[in-house]
Design a protein around this ligand. Structure first.
Ligand SMILES: *Cc1c(COP(=O)(O)O)cnc(C)c1O
Length: 409
């Protein structure tokens, strides 16, 4: 998680050109991550669908589309952005939760693969389309895994998916409406460390799969972990790939047809590609700590406050300085901390800090809280840098507001 000398210079130059705070993404890093997965799982027919809720800048989508990826969308808006980016509709899977049937119909009419996550929608889908449109079913295998409780999705109390214990009910509906179930899906949560968790989930899904005769793919969601701090353990993707493909192919033999193996990584593809560059406004000594106050906050990167997420912070203005202990805080009028008691090379007011691993769920979760403007986004690709989103302006904050004439005097 070091930044090379050349990269440091380039990043500093970008803040001069585009200002700060600034999100910077490395497109070639995204491609390299995509290649890692496709290489690791190359023993089975593979479909990698980018879970675009991590980062939907249309240029990022196009980089992945050009690599051959599909798309995992969780809202009709993501479906539409994906289509605009050029993804073929049948290479988009729509995995919504708690949406209206109307939205599912809209997505179906757009031609995307529907992934149904509850009995009520399954019944309505069957009733409307019968065997005319295929759909996938999201199963909750009740496996507890994955990082912080907010991103655990496979456990017994989770709102996601149809419980394996409701399989009889599912089959009754499928048979009654003569539905074409072409895929099964699970997503047990983010940050799964362990290949064995994957394999356990797979066994559950294989049991379910034997009940459906027309499957074309099985989608095992995501959960590929990336390193956020230097000592973090990450998913050993080669080992996972080998084990998963060999078990998957064996299952397909039993099943009687070679199915496509699908995954939907978000974080794994884009997290490490992104850096949030912020500028230090203030060094403040208190009785207990030294604060470095920056020109950004939880409005631009909420993961530390929301998930207790660790993001490495590097002082790119003084990379070789003496390490000292800082608490890096934002400018939002709430507790707004990027890092507590962090060793960072000596910081001076005006320095630029690089907050690492900010590609996934960074810009996407940003807001205008405190009426702050959202940062610009820059893409570095094949050694060129390109502005891919303009910095917001005050007019952007007011654009959708309706001014009542009678209140103006
Ligand atoms: C969020 C999500 C993913 C991606 O999770 P990551 O941890 O970013 O890889 C994949 N599939 C579904 C259905 C999701 O909701």
């Amino acid at each position: 998680m070091n930044i090379s000398k050349i990269e440091t210079k380039r990043l500093l130059a970008l803040t001069k050109e585009f200002g700060s705070p600034l999100y910077v993404y490395n497109g070639n890093k995204i491609e390299a991550q995509y290649d890692l997965i496709t290489k690791a799982f190359n023993n089975s027919p593979l479909n990698i669908k980018y879970a675009c809720k991590a980062l939907t800048n249309i240029n990022i989508l196009r980089i992945l589309k050009n690599k051959g990826a599909g798309l995992d969308a969780v809202s009709i808006e993501e479906v539409k952005i994906g289509l605009k980016a050029g993804f073929k509709s049948d290479n988009i899977i729509y995995t919504p939760n708690s949406v209206s049937f109307k939205e599912i119909v809209e997505a179906t009419e757009l031609g995307v693969q529907i992934n149904i996550d509850n009995i009520s929608m399954l019944e309505q889908f069957g009733n409307k389309y019968g065997s005319n449109k295929a759909c996938c079913i999201r199963i909750n295998p009740h496996i507890l895994a994955g990082g912080h409780s907010i991103i655990q999705t496979g456990h017994i109390d989770s709102k996601f998916g149809i419980s394996i214990h409701q399989l009889r009910h599912v089959l009754r509906i499928v048979n009654k409406y003569d539905m074409h179930i072409n895929g099964l899906h699970m997503h047990t949560g983010s940050d799964i460390l362990d290949a064995n968790v994957f394999l356990r989930g797979m066994e559950v899904l294989f049991d379910v799969a034997n009940e459906f005769k027309d499957l074309e793919f099985i989608d095992f969601g995501s959960g590929f972990k990336v390193a956020y701090s230097p000592n973090d353990i990450t998913t050993n993707i080669e080992e996972l790939g080998e084990k998963v493909c060999s078990r998957f192919n064996a299952f397909c033999k039993e099943y009687g047809r070679q199915l496509t193996l699908s995954f939907e990584p978000g974080k794994f593809l884009v997290s490490e590609s992104g850096i949030l560059l912020v500028s230090v406004n203030l060094i403040k000594y208190t009785t207990s700590t030294v604060f470095a106050g920056v020109n950004s906050g939880q409005n631009h990167l909420i993961r530390p406050m929301l998930y207790d997420a660790h993001h490495e912070i590097i002082n790119i203005s003084n990379p070789n300085g003496t390490p000292r202990i800082y608490s890096v805080v934002g400018y939002i009028c709430e507790t707004d901390t990027f890092a507590w008691d962090r060793q960072i090379t000596e910081i001076h007011e005006g320095d630029i800090l690089a907050i690492m691993n900010a590609g996934a769920y960074g810009f996407m979760m940003s807001s205008n809280y405190n009426s702050r403007l959202k940062p610009a986004e820059v893409l570095i690709y094949n050694d060129q840098s390109h502005l891919i989103r303009e910095r917001e302006e005050i007019d952007d904050l007011l654009r959708k507001q309706v001014e009542l004439e009678f209140l103006i005097n």
